[in-house]
Ligand binder design. Structure first.
Ligand SMILES: [Mg+2]
Length: 404
């Protein structure tokens, strides 16, 4: 049996925020790749992969479950976004290797396809309702059946310019401030506009990005009920998930949740009590294919669907891992889309293809995606990579920080 000989990390993209794990075996040419990207903590995850590698070098590459359990418990303290991401990257690479050994794509190893392609949802954003309507129509024309609708940035519709906001004399910000009431007023009007002008033929979603106070999350879910959304995403932060019971008591608006979850126990009450409708986590942040497959199976028994998270900071390897899970999971609901620059895709031959609202894997053994290390590294500007992105929080008028 091949053994793990080396685990290396390759940083890519402009700021080096993509971290690709490469697990190299003692068999000539046999290796696997996985995604351990973290937009905010690329260097920290890289160090975590190096630390976890100590326990894996020399182990049988084919014992994925045992290797996962070993790494998960190898540092005693476990879970958390950093360790999950590092483990997720390693885990994907092990599945990639297993597929190559078996001579079949990972989705066939996972039980085989239960759909011919993966429906994805598009991200429509507009500066106002009319602009957003145009974007939604463009997605419909190009084949999309589900479209996420935002006006402006996350929290858009809830921001008040400083001149109109009633700021204190010693205001902490000169940027627009977030106001729950403004958001509660705007977002239902946004969907009223879209439903009135486009109708109910297209399925629509919205991402609250945890901006609301929990009481107002309940109000928004109820106000959106007439517009029959496909789902509302992250209406609550992970700290307030007990409020999903209140939402369920009040309305039928479907709920998608989980991209900030870092511990399997966060899923359990929401799934087993059927308090959400879609489970969302980035496959790498969910500690890889091994654990996300278990989440998908848990969801299946309770009628919950998956909607693995993507997002602009994600990489083509994670996208491919999600695609394989989607292909083989009967609890699949929808897949978030992600688009990359041509030069970025060029560094990842075999990447997933998105056409007409569907994503397609390929039949190459393993994950079906590879990395051209030279091209991947060339995407990175080492000066920019040395300066991690700085977070500027959204604030309310009194200066208090808006989650997340
Ligand atoms: Mg979200």
């Amino acid at each position: 049996m091949p053994i793990i000989k080396q685990i290396k990390c390759i940083r890519s993209r402009h700021r080096g925020t993509w971290l690709i794990v490469k697990v190299i075996t003692d068999q000539p040419g046999l290796y696997g790749i996985g995604s351990a990207s973290d937009h905010w903590h690329a260097e920290t995850v890289l160090k975590a992969v190096e630390r976890l590698s100590v326990s894996l070098i020399g182990r049988d590459v084919s014992n994925i479950e045992d290797n996962w359990q070993l790494v998960h418990t190898s540092c005693y303290w476990r879970n958390g976004s950093i360790l999950n991401t590092a483990l997720g990257g390693i885990d994907m690479a092990l599945w990639d290797i297993k597929g190559k050994e078996a001579g079949m794509p990972v989705f066939r190893l996972l039980g085989g396809p239960c759909r011919s392609a993966v429906p994805v949802y598009g991200h429509a954003g507009g500066k106002d309702f009319e602009d957003l309507e145009d974007r939604v129509r463009q997605f419909i024309e190009s084949g999309y059946q589900v479209v996420r609708c935002q006006v402006g940035p996350y929290g858009g519709g809830g921001f008040i310019e400083p001149k109109q906001a009633r700021l204190p004399e010693n205001a902490w910000t000169d940027r627009a401030v977030f106001d729950d009431e403004a958001y509660l007023d705007t977002i239902p009007k946004m969907f009223e506009h879209l439903r009135t002008n486009i109708g109910f033929g297209v399925k629509l979603t919205h991402d609250v990005h945890e901006h609301l106070k929990p009481q107002n999350a309940v109000i928004l879910a109820k106000l959106l009920e007439p517009f029959r959304l496909f789902f509302v995403e992250d209406i609550l932060p992970p700290e307030h998930i007990q409020w999903f019971r209140k939402i369920r008591e009040q309305c039928t608006t479907p709920q998608a949740m989980g991209e900030l979850f870092v511990n399997p126990n966060e899923w359990m009450p929401l799934v087993t009590e059927r308090l959400i409708d879609f489970a969302r986590v980035r496959v790498s942040k969910g500690a890889g294919i091994t654990q996300c497959r278990k989440i998908a199976v848990l969801c299946e028994w309770f009628g919950i669907q998956t909607a693995w998270q993507e997002g602009a900071d994600n990489d083509p390897v994670n996208q491919m891992a999600a695609c394989h899970l989607d292909m083989a999971s009967s609890s699949f609901g929808i897949q978030e889309e992600n688009h990359f620059a041509d030069a970025e895709l060029d560094a990842f031959p075999g990447h997933a293809e998105i056409r007409g609202g569907y994503m397609y894997p390929n039949e190459t053994p393993g994950l079906g995606i590879d990395i051209d290390e030279e091209k991947a590294v060339a995407l990175m500007d080492s000066n920019a990579a040395g300066q991690p992105p700085r977070h500027e929080p959204d604030r309310r008028a009194d200066g208090s920080i808006v989650r997340p």
